[in-house]
Ligand binder design. Structure first.
Ligand SMILES: *Cc1c(COP(=O)(O)O)cnc(C)c1O
Length: 407
């Protein structure tokens, strides 16, 4: 028989979202008429912006003409999209990123997983806790960890807690890690990193020759003007950080698929005594394993940066952020302790009366017919917290709040 990758067997059996689905199914079977409101999984709900749709329709028509037809595109993305990204996302914020340092892709989930392809196995790795499960699971799948313990922590991975004890600020580690995953604005806690905090991380990374993997999927949701949108707003970061960005959350591309990763040319790693630049390795990896994002979708993504596109995206983001505000205000008024929801589309709620995350999940499901996400599913330090997502219709958010407030 064929040998399987036994590292997959180390993955925690009761993974978060399947377990949520199981409990919902069970609930539905017993309560077939219940009107469930799902504020759980972090998927967007509002339609694609008009500017993106128009650009994609036009691109489809182009593909139907002799001159406009395109086959395989550049694996790194079309130059016009890479230039638009640089101009709008980076130069405007004073970040000296070059178009060739942008790698367009079909998702940040994939990129933040695939990046492990070009990193050695002996690296010491740290994640924040709670954490976006993808970072952890892909380290497990690629054999970079040992077994999992009863609180869901893997041997060989280090966890940096972010919770109310430290004001949702990941403390700079005393020990040396080679790779650190940071996600700000944070999924699931909604916390952000200030300029000073990011500066400390960059300083740490430079002193320890570490690599920061910075996930900025939610940068568009930042409302506080003092908060950096990119790690490259911090001086020195081009020597120690890779940044992941996505059109999924700001432009509703979760089903359309387009994202990008920034790998500065100055970023170095080592192979034995030899210095190697990460850009070349990633370029080689993408050229071999990836055939680029479709022309049509890249035209749709480019439209995010048009005048109309920018207006529509702003509206979309504020729609969700108004939902977040409604959640925060209602729950706070009802006596809940609510974090996040100011610079991120997630409210991170302390469970009442020291209820466990899963008990609170069952309680909300049974009493309010509202589905959220138990904090413990994002890591041991998420126990005692609960995530509600602002990605839903206004009507559903208001209805869910009315129900919860009455409990
Ligand atoms: C949604 C999300 C992404 C985006 O992933 P895509 O693959 O681009 O859709 C990235 N990181 C985090 C933490 C997210 O929640």
């Amino acid at each position: 028989m064929v040998q399987v990758n036994s590292d997959y067997l180390k993955l925690k059996a009761g993974y978060l979202f399947p377990e949520i689905s199981r409990r919902i199914k069970e609930f539905n079977a017993k309560n077939p008429d219940a009107d469930l409101i799902r504020l759980g999984i972090g998927d967007v709900t509002e339609p694609l912006p008009l500017a993106c749709r128009e650009a994609m329709k036009y691109a489809i028509e182009e593909m139907g003409t002799q001159q406009g037809f395109r086959g395989y595109g550049p694996e790194q993305g079309y130059q016009w999209l890479r230039e638009s990204i640089v101009e709008n996302d980076y130069l405007t914020r004073g970040c000296e990123i070059k178009a060739e340092e942008i790698f367009v892709s079909d998702g940040s989930k994939c990129d933040s997983s695939n990046i492990l392809d070009i990193l050695g196995k002996a690296n010491k790795i740290a994640v924040t806790d709670p954490v976006y499960p993808v970072y952890v699971d892909t380290n497990v799948m690629t054999g970079r960890t040992g077994e999992v313990n009863s609180s869901g922590e893997y041997d060989g991975l280090s966890y940096i807690p972010i919770n109310s004890d430290n004001g949702f600020e990941a403390a700079i580690p005393k020990e040396k890690f080679d790779v650190i995953y940071l996600c700000f604005p944070n999924n699931p806690t909604g916390a952000v990193a200030t300029r000073e905090q990011l500066f400390s991380w960059v300083k740490y990374a430079k002193e320890n020759n570490s690599l920061i993997l910075f996930d900025a999927a939610y940068e568009a949701f930042i409302t506080d003007e003092s908060i950096p949108h990119s790690i490259y707003e911090i001086e020195g970061s081009k020597d120690c950080a890779i940044e992941f960005r996505s059109f999924s959350k700001n432009a509703g591309f979760t089903g359309t698929r387009c994202a990008f990763t920034v790998i500065p040319k100055s970023l170095k790693g080592k192979a034995g005594a030899e210095e190697v630049d990460l850009w070349s390795l990633w370029n080689r990896r993408q050229s071999t394993k990836f055939n680029g994002v479709s022309y049509i979708v890249q035209r749709g993504a480019e439209a995010v940066y048009s005048i109309e596109g920018k207006k529509q995206i702003k509206k979309l983001v504020s729609f969700y952020m108004n939902n977040a505000q409604i959640i925060k205000e209602n729950l706070t008024a009802a006596g809940y302790e609510v974090f996040g929801a100011i610079n991120a589309p997630y409210a991170w709620i302390k469970t009442p009366k020291n209820m466990s995350s899963w008990d609170f999940f069952d309680f909300l499901l049974a009493k309010a017919n509202v589905v959220g996400t138990p904090g413990s599913g994002f890591g041991a330090a998420g126990e005692g917290y609960f995530r509600l997502s602002a990605f839903n219709s206004r009507e559903n958010v208001e209805k869910a709040m009315q129900r919860i407030v009455k409990l």
